[in-house]
Design a protein around this ligand. Structure first.
Ligand code: ADP
Ligand code: MG
Ligand code: MG
Length: 891
């Protein structure tokens, strides 16, 4: 023991703050001992001892001396002696690390049982209990310390039950238990060539060493890797006097929570098994009864337990779970810790604890998070026993039912007829956007969690399942084949569960999220009654608290009036990103094509302007009183044009068939060829487009200014803003801004008024971030486009990276998280910080927003709060999540 810290501590020497040294279980036992709860006496071999044992591959010096001293004290306290047949002390040897790793490491019960002890107990009329405990020791020691496969013992138990003609272990009689103990010992001998040790102290030492070693067991390692628990902490070992739930009918074992961990409802909640040891409750060998059974059998014990649960909850100021055992009418508490809970319970419990005065609302806010809220907002399927047709990746949660369609055009057409459709594609591309918008759900055969389909669907809050390998989509034949043989035609109804990734044939019943409904009802009408559902009520209370505390604003990314209305109902304080290209997708893309190919360009531009005027008017009206940031056309032009290869092939075929040259087709082909780029995402798009082909952006801005001027004249408080995408250089910004302002000035002059439309710039290229000081001199606001900024900083494509290498990277441990889901603070974050600093240095009142996917990601929001961002803008369904997280960051 080189560090000088003790290797062994008795329960009364520790407390809850010492989980590092004593493990969570040990710290809890120590704390409960302090509180005067009925904890059997015991001691803890520290994590320090475990680390030393694992490092040296053997016992640390002085360990057994310290254990013996603590054991002597335990013997004094209990009045019993380990290995003494007349007054036998039995102990459990239990693992317990700093972070709870349920069931991942080992525990051995009934240490100290041997031939002499069992004989003495049997003689005193306790044969059943004695043999049951002995067979349990053989079973657990054999498995844990000596490495015999657990299933072998289970097989023998099954045989014994069959032989005795009983259904449960508890019904085996003395003789059967005795035979079982013998059979277990023979099994151990046959498998390992070793005897179950008869010396109690040897049993204890070997069990302690086995628990140490279980820290590095395969299960434990995998669990730690998954949960991100460090590998070098080690486990503590708790040696606890045994109390016996298997000592007859006034004995039993149970596990309970201080409140219902599923719904959050107040009042103790749990399971109880009469005449059983603790592991029987968890392992499911018998179906437990609920706590009311304990109340019926033994009301006094039930009352006492309830009192202790209250003590614990008040003391820990949170939901606790507890293991307890009743031995011949006496209650013992064997473990406590903060209880795991469902998202619904998390909200309800936090708010009810606040109402009870145990914590305040700010603390309640810290007890919940955006991930939990996200899961409460999605509709779900009614519980039912349906078996899925196929499964894929749960890319965007929710539940949806609709008729299968295999292309975007059909999706839009059918949706236009009022049908619900599910769009199934091999994979999706930007061309499918209109279809995705029209569909209730999107499913794809290929693609991962950050494929195009997944990213777009999450942004839209649409249910989506990707990577369904058992599904083969044939868009031409209009069928999908599942599992190689099951063929579904276009129009077949399917149900898609985006939360589990399962696809079902036929229609399953959907239930709307009670919480989502309640949030929307409150925002639209402040006078509504509080919702009847306690979780929904709790969510509203905590959102209110978050709104009170947060310093960051929350806006939505929205284009259609419907999205804008949803955003408002969810509490959005404006639109932070209106992607104008979405107004020009689908059938309208022909208009852009006509402009570019100069096929009656003026006529097409006029039509675009009329459409835009209409849409901006509605959008500004829906968002009256709140800012609406309109981003000018961003994507590469080719997205609006027919495919070059298709056109060339058609032209070649026509020529081969000797058809006369079609001048229109010729002109179209020439234009498409002229605009073709090998790498369009790094090509003519964003502000570049505006500077080279300014006509589309100019009509867009004119329409926006016109809509604003008319609405303002009607006395409506509308607040449009304009944003320029993909700026890298300040000269681009100043040139573009000059053009836009002259258009705006024109409109204003025509109306005989002035128009104040702020012009901002997206920061989505590293060069923009690095020269933000210069940009700020020409911009009223910055909006961080963190999706593109991530693509351009890493030099990776969001559409392809997951499938081509990101997934492999994560598996190999080369990167921990998907940078498109959670902001890469080290790289992209450094650029954000630089831009914030430079921008604010130039212009103190520069407004800073974030409009990428990350604005709705709970983890990334923490970073934005710290970076000094003024507002987040995310997809409408994520608005409540952003409000909550922004509030949590502020308390
Ligand atoms: P886990 O961490 O897997 O729950 P535990 O160490 O808590 O493992 O023990 C397994 C089971 O044995 C639990 O149900 C526990 O309550 C029970 N148990 C542990 N120690 C004792 C004891 N001294 N007396 C009676 N039951 C015990
Ligand atoms: Mg336990
Ligand atoms: Mg962008």
């Amino acid at each position: 023991n080189t560090s000088g810290r003790p290797l062994v501590l008795e329960f009364h020497e520790g407390d809850r703050t010492m989980a590092e040294l004593l493990g969570g279980k040990g710290a809890g036992l120590a704390e409960m001992t302090r509180l005067g709860l009925p904890v059997p006496p015991g001691f803890i071999v520290t994590t320090e001892a475990c680390r030393a044992y694992l490092a040296a591959g053997g016992d640390p010096e002085g360990l057994w001396d310290q254990v013996d001293a603590a054991l002597a004290d335990l013997e004094t306290r209990s009045g019993l002696v380990l290995g003494d047949p007349d007054r036998p002390l039995l102990v459990s040897v239990r693992s317990g690390a700093k972070f709870s790793m349920p069931g991942m490491m080992e525990t051995v019960l009934n240490i100290g049982m041997n031939d002499e002890v069992v004989a003495a107990l049997a003689e005193r009329g306790e044969a059943h209990f004695a043999w049951d405990s002995y067979r349990r020791l053989a079973q657990m020691y054999g498995r844990t310390v000596l490495g015999v496969e657990g299933a072998r013992f289970d097989d023998l138990l099954t045989e014994a039950r069959a032989d005795a003609g009983v259904a449960t272990d508890a019904e085996l009689d003395d003789a059967h238990l005795q035979r079982l103990a013998a059979a277990f010992r023979e099994l151990i001998m046959a498998e390992t060539g070793k005897e179950l040790p008869q010396d109690a102290r040897t049993q204890m030492r070997e069990a302690v060493r086995a628990v140490f070693r279980s820290w590095n067991g395969e299960r434990a390692r995998l669990y730690r890797a998954h949960e991100g628990i460090p590998d070098d902490l080690g486990t503590a070992v708790n040696v606890v006097q045994m109390v016996f739930g298997n000592r007859g009918d006034r004995s039993g074992s149970g596990v309970c929570f201080t409140r219902d961990p599923v719904t959050g409802a107040p009042g103790a909640f749990g399971d109880y098994l009469p005449n059983a040891q603790g592991e029987d409750v968890v392992s499911g060998v018998r179906s437990p009864m609920d706590l009311s059974e304990l109340h019926r059998r033994d009301p006094e014990i039930h009352d006492e337990l309830t009192r202790h649960l209250q003590t614990l909850e008040t003391h820990y100021r949170d939901l606790c779970d507890v293991e307890f055992t009743v031995e011949r009418g006496r209650l013992w508490i064997l473990q406590t810790r903060l209880g795991k809970r469902s998202p619904a319970a998390a909200f309800r419990i936090a708010v009810e604890l606040a109402d009870e005065g145990v914590i305040d609302l700010d603390e309640a806010l810290t007890r919940v998070n955006g991930h939990q809220l996200t899961s409460l907002l999605h509709p779900s399927f009614q519980i039912g026993a349906a078996s899925p047709l196929a499964g894929g990746l749960a890319a965007s949660p929710g539940a949806a039912v609709g008729q299968l369609v295999f292309d975007a055009a059909t999706a839009m057409e059918w949706a236009g007829l009022g049908r619900d459709v599910v769009l199934a594609r091999p994979e999706t591309s930007p061309d499918d956007f209109g279809g995705m918008l029209a569909a209730k759900a999107v499913i794809t055969s290929r693609g991962g969690l950050t494929s195009h389909a997944a990213v777009v669907a999450r942004g839209l809050g649409k249910t989506c399942v990707t990577g369904i390998e058992e599904m083969l989509v044939d868009p031409v034949g209009r069928v999908a084949t599942f599992n190689g043989s099951h063929v579904l035609a276009e129009g077949t109804v399917v149900s898609v569960d985006g939360s589990t990734g399962e696809i079902f044939e036929g229609s399953r019943e959907i239930q709307a999220s009670v919480v989502a409904t309640a949030i929307q009802a409150t925002a639209s009408d402040a006078t509504t009654e509080p919702p009847a559902d306690p979780t929904a009520g709790a969510v509203l209370r905590l959102l209110q608290q978050a709104d009170k505390r947060r310093t960051m604003g929350v806006r939505a990314n929205a284009e259609t009036p419907e999205e804008a209305r949803t955003a408002r109902r969810y509490g959005a304080e404006g639109i932070g990103l209106c992607r104008t290209e979405h107004m020009l997708m689908g059938p309208r893309r022909a208009l852009v094509e006509r402009v570019v190919t100069d096929d009656d360009a003026p006529g097409a531009l006029e039509e675009i302007e009329a459409l835009a005027l209409d849409e901006f008017t509605t959008l500004l009206t829906v968002m009256e009183g709140l800012p609406v940031v309109v981003r000018l056309l961003d994507p590469p032009l080719h997205e609006f044009l027919p495919d070059l290869v298709d056109l060339s092939v058609a032209a070649a075929v026509a020529a081969a068939q000797g058809e006369a040259e079609d001048p229109v087709a010729e002109k179209r082909l020439a234009a498409v060829r002229r605009l073709h780029e090998a790498n369009p995402m790094l090509g003519l798009r964003g502000v570049r487009l505006l500077l080279v082909h300014p006509e589309v952006a100019e009509v867009q801005v004119r329409a926006l200014a016109e809509a604003a001027a008319r609405l303002l004249a009607e006395g409506r408080n509308v607040r449009p803003e304009v944003m320029l995408p993909l700026v890298a250089e300040v000269a681009e910004l100043s040139a573009a801004r000059e053009r836009l302002e002259s258009v705006i000035a024109d409109v204003a002059a025509r109306h005989g008024t002035t128009l104040d439309i702020p012009v901002g710039v997206m920061i989505e290229l590293p060069r923009a971030a690095l020269t933000a000081g210069a940009l700020a001199a020409h911009a009223d606001f910055f909006s961080f486009g963190t999706n593109d900024l991530t693509q351009t900083t890493w030099g990776i494509s969001r559409d392809d990276a997951e499938a081509s290498f990101l997934a492999a990277y994560r598996e190999e441990g080369i990167i921990a998280a998907d940078p498109f889901q959670t902001l890469d603070e080290v790289g992209v974050g450094a650029l954000v910080r630089t831009a914030v600093e430079q921008g604010r240095a130039t212009r103190r009142d520069l407004e800073l927003g974030v409009c990428g996917e990350h604005a709705g990601d709970p983890t990334s929001i923490g970073f934005f709060a710290g970076a000094g961002i003024d507002y987040l803008s995310c997809s409408p369904p994520r608005v409540p999540v952003a409000r909550l997280e922004a509030g949590r960051q502020a308390v």
